[in-house]
Design a protein around this ligand. Structure first.
Ligand code: GLV
Ligand code: MN
Ligand code: MN
Length: 417
């Protein structure tokens, strides 16, 4: 088959759905979601499955020393760097079946379609599974794609610890996915990432495909508030230094900062640890994490300034000390114009209504855009719900996303013909 015939290729939505449901068993939760923390035993299981599936269609799988997996199908011109399609197979602690998984398994479906038809691309094609996109076990998010793109050093990634003190490096070796290839050594010609929207816009507007033009900026902070442990019954209110009260007022302040910069700003405290966490001890220490996002860096700067001013203003009157550190700054990203055009063309050809959008969630594509032309495709998820076991994208929506991914990759491949 030649490249002129590419309009006839269609992905098999049932085969894609079966792969999604089969891999959802690795870390399946009682509520129908997935708990597959990065570098856990469940992550190893899904990686093994993915490797076998790629090898079954003749793919050559390479693993780099950050655990990123690349499955290659040669093209006519193997001197060219590959056109990549990928996302991540790790999930949140109470994650859904589609965040990340759809991007990797739809890429597998595209490669299966090419394989079954014997279609020969000009450039080689690769599927990528990026390690630790979620950042939930080892902060920050998009860690190994960040190392690949030079945003972090490999040693920084290796030294990240989970809340139990286990390191990224030790867990990577434990599950057998510390490969030989130095991370970032491989050339990428382009990367397409299909993902669920994780917000409500496509569904609300009845559009099947989001043409993603970029990713908003994100900043993460860690805060420790220190007061004094004391007996809840015997310590009068005016003599307490209650760290949890201070943290609660900061959570309120963080919410207010985001609200001041609406409609585009968001601000969240999603993780908090209270010490000693005993019902009859005035809390002596609270650790919490802050997540601020906005498409405009200047607004993020203002939000950061307001947050840093709120800390002493809120905590000092309560007799509390604090430490604060910004641990992540992922600037806003603009995707590649030519690739965006391929997504638009692909969606049109497949007959789907589109809408341009900026991603609210972080994605590996945001870092890969630093080293290669990159873009993303979104499909809807029910009620915009994600990072939730109830996350739901339909059979038709998954199939539509995979078809647009195929069309976009083949459209981009034409430039090498
Ligand atoms: C990653 O999923 C993020 O948006 O935090
Ligand atoms: Mn994701
Ligand atoms: Mn996610």
């Amino acid at each position: 088959m030649t490249s002129a015939d590419f309009t006839n290729l269609t992905i098999d939505p049932q085969r894609l759905w079966d792969s999604l449901m089969e891999t959802a068993r690795f870390g399946a939760t009682a509520k129908g979601g997935i708990r597959r923390l990065t570098l856990s035993d469940e992550d190893r299981q899904v990686r093994d499955w993915f490797r076998r599936a790629c090898e079954a269609i003749g793919g050559t799988v390479t693993v780099d020393d950050c655990g990123n997996m690349f499955a290659r199908r040669p093209g006519r011109r193997n001197d060219l760097p590959p056109i990549c399609m990928g996302s991540h197979l790790d999930t949140q602690p109470t994650g859904g079946k589609f965040d990340g998984n759809l991007g990797v398994l739809a890429a597998l479906e595209v490669m299966r379609t090419l394989h079954a038809s014997g279609y020969e691309t000009n450039a080689p094609i690769e599927i990528v599974n990026w390690t630790n996109e979620e950042g939930s076990r080892f902060a920050p998010a998009m860690l190994a794609s960040g190392v690949f793109a030079g945003a972090f050093t490999r040693e920084f990634a290796y030294s990240r610890e989970d809340r139990d003190g286990r390191t990224f490096a030790a867990e990577l070796a434990r599950i057998g996915y510390r490969g030989d290839e130095p991370v970032g050594a491989r050339k990428i010609g382009a990367m397409f990432e299909l993902h669920i929207e994780q917000g409500p816009i496509l569904e609300a507007e009845g559009k099947m495909v989001g043409v993603v033009t970029g990713v908003q900026g994100m900043r993460w902070y860690e805060v420790t508030v220190r007061g004094q442990e004391a007996h809840t019954g015997a310590t009068p209110m005016h003599l307490r230094r209650n760290a949890l009260l201070g943290a609660a007022r900061m959570i309120e302040a963080i919410d207010a900062i985001a609200l001041r910069h609406t409609p585009d700003a968001v601000g969240t405290v999603g993780l908090a640890e209270v010490r000693p966490n005993s019902r009859n001890v005035v809390p002596g220490e609270v650790f919490f994490c802050v997540d601020f996002r906005h498409p405009d860096e200047a607004v993020l700067e203002t939000m950061e300034r307001e947050f840093r001013a709120a800390l002493p203003a809120t905590l000092e009157p309560l007799g509390l000390a604090f430490e604060e550190k910004r641990i992540w700054n992922s600037p806003a990203v603009q995707f590649d114009t030519e690739m965006i055009g391929c997504v638009r063309k692909g969606a049109e050809k497949a007959g789907f209504a589109t809408r341009d959008m900026v991603s609210g969630a972080g994605h590996d594509a945001a870092y890969i855009a630093r080293v290669a032309p990159t873009t993303m495709i979104f499909v809807p998820c029910a009620g915009g719900i994600s990072h939730n076991e109830a996350e739901s994208t339909s059979f038709e929506e998954c199939g539509a996303g995979a078809q647009v991914l195929l069309e976009a990759v083949l459209a981009y491949d034409q430039r090498f013909g």
